[in-house]
Design a protein. Structure first.
Length: 268
């Protein structure tokens, strides 16, 4: 009887060791992120059209190959590290990622590309005028430029990306729910060269046909309005700038420029 129990114990130990070995060799994918555990397999990944993601390979035998069922949605690239695969979005949609190892074993997960979002909260609005103007003319120009602002302190811009560089946007003029004006339209983004700087321009067309051309700028390059507190802006502080010089074409002396500056912070 004791001999029988001894053999049963050996059998259980052997089965346990075999299970551990199988567990160690299991072939799976995991998502690289601070909130994901690399020891936990994922059955699907989801990311925005303006981001992308990376998945890691565990348990397989290098080298690996990666393919997606629909490359019009996502493209996959095996990185130099060999066990990392970059997923780059092309358009909104869903597809399947297949990874094969050197033994011919495969693992599949679902991949979904969703809309991206960017929000900009306004902490202050100011006007920058450069060039030679007397004080009275400068004050009049600043007041007129301020009157064109679509948002004031407490207002917000929202951008929803349905493509990598375009989508829909909305503007809420202020934080006062009763008096706030709400605008909407479509936007496109593009990098443009301005002097020795490369700037990201956002061309917005409102539903009523009115157009605005903004560009993103570093607030450290500009004078913040008194109402803006640097410590309150957070780590993603920014300025959304609209060059209004062409609006006053023929009215201003040569060399005078005017810009409307929204100071605030970005939320992605």
């Amino acid at each position: 009887m004791k001999t029988k129990h001894f053999y049963l114990l050996l059998l259980f130990v052997a089965l346990g060791l075999s299970a551990c070995e199988d567990e160690d060799k299991r072939f799976y994918l995991y998502e690289l992120s601070e909130v994901y555990d690399p020891n936990v397999a994922v059955g699907s990944v989801c990311f925005s059209i303006v981001s992308g993601t990376t998945v890691g390979v565990s348990g397989g035998e290098a080298p690996y190959t990666a393919s997606v069922a629909d490359e019009q949605v996502v493209r996959a690239t095996v990185r130099e590290e060999g066990d990392l695969i970059s997923l780059s979005p092309v358009k909104l949609g869903s597809t399947t990622l297949t990874v094969r190892d050197a033994r011919g074993e495969e693992v599949r997960i679902g991949v979904e590309v969703v809309t991206g979002r960017k929000g900009f909260s306004v902490r202050g609005v100011s006007v920058e005028v450069t060039g030679d103007l007397d004080e009275a003319a400068r004050t009049e120009l600043e007041n007129d430029a301020l009157s064109t602002a679509v948002a004031q302190e407490g207002g917000a811009f929202s951008f929803t990306y349905t493509d990598k560089d375009s989508g829909t946007f909305g503007v809420v003029s202020s934080s006062d729910e009763e008096s706030a004006t709400r605008l909407s339209g479509e936007f496109t983004e593009a990098w443009e060269q301005s002097g020795d700087r490369s700037l990201l321009f956002v061309n917005c067309v409102l539903d009523n046909g009115e157009g605005h051309a903004y560009y993103w700028d570093d607030p450290n390059r500009r004078t913040r309005p008194e109402s803006a507190n640097v410590r309150d802006l957070g780590p993603q502080d920014a300025c959304l700038v609209e060059d209004l010089t062409s609006r006053y074409q023929g009215e201003l002396p040569q060399g005078v420029t005017v810009s409307l500056v929204y100071s605030g912070y970005l939320v992605r």
